[in-house]
Design a protein around this ligand. Structure first.
Ligand SMILES: Cc1ncc(COP(=O)(O)O)c(C=O)c1O
Length: 405
């Protein structure tokens, strides 16, 4: 019965009912917030059995190990990412996207080699360049849009443990061929981990193309309201046990708190509706920018002249979302002036919230990257990144127009 229901579920139904607790003892309609550090045992024997992994009536012990509200959000995100595959999926929630990413990488690649996309979110890039080598992880940068160089790297180093990618690169919006990369990586014995924060399972589902782990900053579209910092990992059932991921999370201590998990569930209830509007507005704003004489370059996955248009057509569903980067004539100064002149969009470094946000990667989100790495990855000083919200598109465009003109 349960399997049948799972097969029929859609993203819309999973999300609208994300907060249904199932069999709450008081019949609560909405998932309660289990705001507790510890869970009591009926007696010492029950506690002993629980920690000895023997059969026990206790289900939880301490919220750093697991918590019912957190587990609810984990399962919903896992269901969303697993919609296109037959296998069951499982999720793990973290206190931030960076906690999810670093825990995932450490669990899989400690003491080993990684191939990492050269353009990544600034802190991921800094972790890989500066921190990971201190943990004996050797990081080799690759351009995943150049499959030949990927193949060469996989042959040159025959002990790559992980290929690390972003499904839509932040902030250059490049999209790589996940199916081909996964085939090549698996043939070489490496796992593939994909940060799906920008695309979300509304637009792309990396597990469908063979990826092993999906990472999220749930801070962004998944929560959608800018009220939490959070992260998640999703994999096919069994992967986390195999990679000892729960022990890593337990001992690094990066699990999300119950209230943040609950806010995530609240945000997810309207996720598909929000994403639909981000997509519609993103398209309208991109069209305006393409027509504007002062914009000289635009990075947007919905663009017909996007360098990865063919892959986008194959991999992306339900449109192209609301993330747009653009460069103005006049470079850095013009970009800064634009941001200072905007009255409606908020100047803030997050993204994926219901309101429109704008920021400047070179001096903000990607400032931690070395200038030469940043520039070779295409993040110029004049690049501005906009997360188009779900307000009226006309208001967002009117704001851009007054600021540009
Ligand atoms: C693509 C991407 N991945 C990961 C992160 C890190 O997430 P968090 O800030 O929740 O730690 C960010 C943050 O902006 C991001 O944009």
């Amino acid at each position: 019965m349960e399997t049948e229901l799972k097969q029929k579920r859609t993203l819309e139904s999973i999300c609208a009912r994300a907060d249904h607790p199932g069999n709450d003892p008081y019949g609560s309609h909405v998932m309660p917030i289990y705001q507790t550090s510890a869970f009591t045992f009926k007696n010492a024997e029950e506690g002993r059995r629980f920690f000895a992994h023997e059969e026990s009536s206790a289900t939880h012990s301490y919220s750093r190990l697991g918590n019912p509200t957190v587990e609810k959000a984990e399962q919903i995100i896992a269901d969303m990412e697993g919609l296109d595959i037959e296998e069951k999926t499982e999720g793990m929630l973290f206190g931030s996207g960076m906690a999810a990413i670093t825990t995932g990488i450490m669990a899989i690649a400690s003491g080993k080699k990684i191939l990492a996309q050269e353009t990544l979110y600034g802190c991921t890039s800094q972790f890989l360049q500066e921190n990971a080598p201190q943990f004996n992880i050797e990081v080799i940068n690759i351009n995943p849009n150049d499959l030949n160089s990927l193949e060469v790297a996989l042959k040159q180093y025959d002990d790559i443990s992980l290929v690390y990618l972003e499904s839509i690169a932040n902030p250059t919006m490049r999209v790589c061929d996940l199916e081909r990369i996964t085939e090549l990586a698996h043939a070489a014995g490496a796992f593939v981990m994909v940060d799906n924060t920008f695309a979300t399972p509304y637009h792309m589902r990396p597990l469908k193309w063979g990826a092993d782990i999906v990472a999220h900053s749930t801070t962004k579209y998944i929560n959608g309201h800018g009220t939490i910092i959070g992260g998640a990992l999703v994999a096919r059932k069994g992967f986390f046990e195999h990679s000892n991921m729960k022990t890593y999370r337990k001992n690094f201590g990066g699990i999300a708190g119950p209230f943040d998990a609950w806010l995530t569930l609240m945000g997810l209830k309207t996720f598909p509706l929000r994403m639909k509007q981000h997509n519609i507005n993103g398209k309208k704003v991109a069209e305006f920018l393409f027509r504007h004489p002062k914009i000289h370059r635009i990075w947007y996955t919905g663009s017909a002249i996007h360098p990865d248009a063919e892959i986008i057509k194959k991999q992306m569903i339900n449109g192209c979302g609301g993330m747009i980067s653009f460069e103005l004539d006049g470079g850095l100064d013009a970009g800064i002036e634009l941001m200072n002149r905007l009255k409606f969009a908020s100047l803030a470094v997050s993204l994926g919230t219901v309101d429109t946000l704008i920021q400047h990667p070179a001096t903000m989100t990607h400032a931690v990257m070395k200038k030469e790495i940043r520039e070779s990855a295409g993040i110029t000083d004049g690049l501005v990144r906009m997360s188009v919200g779900i307000e009226s598109a006309e208001d967002i465009i009117a704001d851009l127009k007054q600021a540009l003109d």
